[in-house]
Design a protein around this ligand. Structure first.
Ligand SMILES: [Mg+2]
Length: 244
């Protein structure tokens, strides 16, 4: 583990799979939704269903990040493509039908919404000594609600410190969105740490923007980080690394 890092006055966080257990909620929600619709038996096992859903999400969400699809547009596209794979003629669904199918998944996913157990204690430990903010590839309304429902929003009391790509106009790993996060904290990039679960988008993106980059690999199977990217196995390692 790296030694203590000096001079950090602010910390910016990714949300999904960093503070918020996106993968766990997504899996629970999808399996409940497919079970309710009688579609789970179409897959050899639950992992196959989750794998297909994740694969489609990566492709369609990327289209949202580039501005090709709206936020709700990528949701409808995910429903249609998933159903197409099952031979259910997803592409013939109207917008309303595709949105309704996706909403069924959202209902189950939202019932499972949770933060990682180390998120709240880590933010509480950092708050007295650091300015805290968010830089997320998503939309503000959506992410604000996630933080609220999981009890983390009070650590980020002003919307000004919640920088989301949909409103900002550029997603990570663009340096500009990391710099917007630093500006929201009133700090220079050299005074700010960034913490995220994606080595490329979060770790390399933040490092290349001049921030101190922490790559959170909770699984421990992600490999060795690139030079200049610090590895975290849990958020609870962070306060002592930053001197608290
Ligand atoms: Mg993430």
């Amino acid at each position: 583990m790296s030694q203590q890092i000096e001079g950090i006055r602010g910390v910016l966080f990714d949300i999904d799979d960093t503070l918020y257990d996106y993968t766990g909620c997504d899996r629970t929600g999808l399996l409940a939704h497919l079970g309710e619709r009688g579609l789970l038996g179409r897959f050899p096992d639950a992992e196959a269903a989750v794998g297909l859903w994740r694969e489609i999400m990566e492709v369609q969400y990327a289209r949202f990040l580039t501005g090709e699809l709206t936020f709700s547009g990528q949701q409808r596209a995910r429903a249609r493509e998933f159903l197409d794979h099952l031979g259910e003629d997803g592409s013939t669904l109207t917008d309303e039908q595709a949105a309704a199918w996706f909403a069924g998944y959202v209902t189950h996913r939202d019932a499972a919404r949770s933060a990682f157990p180390d998120a709240d204690p880590t933010l509480a430990a950092l708050a007295p000594h650091h300015r805290l903010g968010i830089v997320s590839n998503s939309s503000l309304h959506h992410q604000r609600e996630k933080l609220d429902i999981t009890g983390l929003l009070h650590h980020f009391p002003a919307d000004e410190v919640l920088i989301c790509s949909d409103e900002f106009g550029q997603p990570k790993p663009a340096a500009a969105i990391f710099h917007a996060g630093c500006a929201a904290l009133g700090l220079a990039p050299g005074e700010v740490a960034y913490v995220g679960d994606r080595h490329d988008v979060d770790g390399l993106g933040a490092r290349d923007a001049g921030l101190t980059a922490f790559w959170l690999d909770r699984t421990g199977i992600g490999g060795t980080p690139a030079p200049g990217v610090h590895l975290l196995r849990g958020l609870d390692e962070l306060p002592s690394l930053l001197g608290h």
